[in-house]
Write a protein that binds this ligand. Structure first.
Ligand code: GTB
Length: 217
């Protein structure tokens, strides 16, 4: 059954790989599944055809035969359950890897998204300057504990898993702010994720669509 995902026709990050289709592409590459991409404009995302796939009018979506999914975490979880490569065989290790997926999405990603909101989306609001340090401190508090748990390990729990894939993808969103570099062990952890051949293929595929046009001299 062929797989089709959706992505921005032109990602606002201009190819940095921060839009959420990249993590889904990465999971597809890790599990060795070929896939097609349908590019969607911001306007088309809010039209009935796309809303039938994604109730909130966003990307990414996932279609495989009659199965339609949305939410990057759910899509990655589906791929990890269906195809080998992203979850350990041992039941307890598998449950722990799934726990890390949830931790990345529910505990680490929210304060990072708050930072994006306060710096960019609401950066011109009068409260933004007061709110910024509060959000930054919440992120630091959380990441200090993540650093402690990761320790000297290569990955969060034994072999690389879907938990690492989602955590690395979430932490990547912090890079443009410079805050990732405050945590060298996490920056190195993210770099290990980016060094995986599957990540490189996923990044290159989205770059091919989103890379800025060369400027005429
Ligand atoms: N919880 C959902 C998931 O994980 O799939 C969130 C999906 C989501 O936020 N999708 C965004 C979207 O469709 C694109 S990825 N937005 C359009 C809309 O809501 O109308 C978020 C994103 C956007 C831009 C950057 N960037 O420029 O760096 C990074 C990430």
């Amino acid at each position: 059954m062929s797989i089709t995902i959706t992505a921005f026709d032109r990602s606002p990050d201009r190819g940095m790989g921060l839009a959420r289709d990249t993590r889904v592409r990465w999971a597809l590459e890790e599990t060795g599944q070929p896939y097609d991409v349908r590019l969607v404009s911001p306007k088309a995302m809010k039209e009935p055809e796309h809303l039938a796939l994604h109730p909130f009018g966003q990307i990414p979506t996932y279609e495989e035969g009659d199965l339609v999914l949305f939410e990057s975490g759910a899509i990655i979880f589906h791929l990890a359950q269906r195809y080998p490569g992203l979850l350990p065989k041992d039941a307890d290790a598998r449950a722990r890897a799934i726990t890390w997926m949830f931790a990345a999405l529910n505990t680490v990603e929210p304060p990072i998204l708050d930072l994006v909101i306060v710096r960019i989306t609401e950066g011109d609001k009068p409260w933004a300057a007061d709110r910024l340090p509060l959000v930054q401190e919440r992120i630091r508090a959380r990441l200090k504990l993540l650093v402690a748990r990761l320790g000297d390990a290569e990955w969060l729990d034994g072999e690389f898993s879907a938990g690492d894939l989602v955590m690395v993808s979430v932490l990547l969103r912090l890079r443009p702010s410079g805050m990732l570099d405050e945590f060298p062990s996490l920056a190195a952890y993210v770099a290990r994720g980016e060094a995986r051949p599957a990540y490189k293929r996923a990044f290159a595929a989205q770059w091919a669509i989103n890379a800025p046009e060369p400027q005429a001299s």
